[in-house]
Design a protein around this ligand. Structure first.
Ligand code: HEC
Length: 454
């Protein structure tokens, strides 16, 4: 009798979100929320991927003793929706790696903290979650690359965009299934963008400065003749391309790794981050090239102090495509952004992704649970809001009018998506790389034959 009353109480309480914590805190006896029974399974599912030794988060949340001292911080971060870092609203298409807490999970964590962080019985403890042995989430890579020399990141908490040459130069075209980044020094690394250098101009810029690589805040100048391959920021893991699909890498291209450093430690840091390539094998015929499209509004004028500066941009496609993922990008004054699409003949827009509380520190890629078909004539619309007022705690200077620019203190506004063209049938047989030169930039090749010395 009592148990079923409690169950009903629990159900009605979770409907009221914040009330759950206090209602349950008052509860004592058998239904009390405990760490071993109620909380640890949630931490395993939604937190431990990052909060364990060797991963990006600052502390491990694997055991009661590790979690208990963080209770207050967990309460703050979870109730504010800051942790886990996942920003797509439920109005978005369902996503593959939706890390967000359900309302029940959120309420359970808060109730556990408010009722005094009870440990509970050891026998309720779930089996520890198993994580992949490989240091790479996507599995064993084919090639691992890094900048030729380590870089001394100066002390000082400004933004530094440093570009590094990463020699590669396969003699033949290759098909890329995926890239994974491995930040070396997370105290200083904020995010990466990897570029393919087709013209080889970067050498001159690099040679003109004594330090490894060169500063490249002015990307138009330094990154002439390059194309973006992929970006990374904490929490961003892009999956391998589907069978028969890949990105093209042109023969003789080298890479440029742009690292955005943001060193707040007050001390110099050293960094030599790496990235791994996953290449298509000859056994797999490539039919479609994975491409990216931005929906961008470069004509920004955001008035000083304006709390709600709105912009939009549209892009209409001319071919039938299949869309796999989306993302949004602004800088410190970004408040919200979304990408919508309306197919020809439809009146209602589909919300592909909607990020109501944008956070510049977390640039995630949102991978749709199901690919989204967009026939020719589909119109994509990006809409966004900037907050250039003092209400915005990230705002570096509310007294300044802001326009488009590369520095984080300037602004940008684009959403985008990855896609394939439905009619494409390339019938291309991938080759192994030829003529790679072993040197300090080439950390590892999975198969010595990949060096192409034969
Ligand atoms: C995608 C990786 C990731 C996941 C998943 C994640 N965190 Fe975090 N967490 C981080 C990183 C990185 C930081 C440090 C940077 C920051 O605070 O933004 C952090 C910071 C925190 C902090 C603040 C620590 C401090 O110094 O005050 C708390 C508390 C926290 N996480 C709790 C959680 C909880 C609880 C979960 C699961 C419900 C979770 N996190 C899931 C990556 C993650």
């Amino acid at each position: 009798m009592k148990a079923s009353w409690q169950a009903r109480m629990w159900l009605s309480v979770i409907g009221f979100g914040g009330l759950a914590a206090s209602a349950l805190a008052a509860e004592s006896g058998p239904a009390r929320v405990t760490f071993t029974k109620d909380v640890l399974p949630i931490l395993q599912e939604k937190c431990q991927e990052c909060h364990r030794a060797g991963q990006m988060a600052p502390m491990s949340l694997m055991t009661y003793d590790e979690v208990r001292p963080w209770a207050k911080a967990i309460r703050e971060n979870v109730s504010a929706g800051k942790m886990p870092p996942y920003f797509a609203d439920k109005a978005s298409l369902p996503m593959k790696h939706d890390q967000s807490l359900s309302q029940v999970q959120k309420d359970t964590i808060l109730a556990w903290i408010d009722s005094g962080t009870t440990k509970g019985s050891e026998k309720d403890m779930p089996a520890p979650r198993k994580f992949s042995e490989s240091e790479w989430r996507l599995g064993d890579p084919d090639v691992v690359l890094q900048p030729v020399e380590p870089f001394d990141v100066p002390a000082g908490d400004g933004d530094l965009y440093q570009c590094f040459a990463v020699p590669f130069a396969s003699a033949n075209d290759l098909w890329l299934k995926g890239v994974e980044f491995k930040p070396d020094n997370l105290k200083a690394v904020h995010h990466f963008i990897l570029f393919e250098d087709k013209l080889g101009k970067f050498k001159e810029f690099d040679a003109a400065t004594p330090e490894p690589g060169c500063e490249c805040e002015d990307m138009d100048k330094v990154l002439q003749g390059t194309t973006m391959v992929q970006m990374w920021a904490p929490g961003n893991v892009q999956p391998l391309a589907r069978t028969g699909e890949a990105k093209k890498l042109n023969a003789k291209s080298n890479f440029i790794l742009q690292v955005h450093y943001h060193n707040t430690t007050g001390e110099p840091q050293v960094d030599r981050s790496k990235f791994a390539l996953y290449l298509a094998k000859p056994e797999e015929q490539v039919q479609k090239e994975v491409r990216g499209q931005l929906v961008v509004q470069p004509n920004l004028f955001i008035k000083a102090g304006d709390p709600e500066s709105k912009f939009q941009a549209t892009y209409t496609i001319k071919e039938d495509i299949t869309v796999y993922s989306s993302g949004v990008h602004m800088h410190y004054r970004g408040k919200n952004m979304g990408l919508w699409a309306v197919r020809p003949g439809e009146t209602d827009e589909t919300t592909l992704v909607w990020v109501p509380n944008y956070d510049f520190n977390w640039q995630l890629t949102y991978e749709f649970a199901e690919p989204w078909k967009a026939p020719a004539g589909t119109k994509f619309t990006m809409r966004c809001t900037f907050d250039n007022s003092t209400n915005n705690p990230f705002n570096p200077d509310p007294t300044k009018d802001v326009r488009w620019g590369l520095a984080s203190t300037d602004e940008m506004a684009f959403s985008g998506y990855s896609y394939v063209v439905d009619s494409e049938a390339l019938k291309s047989t991938p080759e192994k790389p030829k003529g790679l030169v072993q040197g300090p930039g080439l950390v590892k090749v999975s198969d010595p034959e990949f060096l192409g010395t034969d």
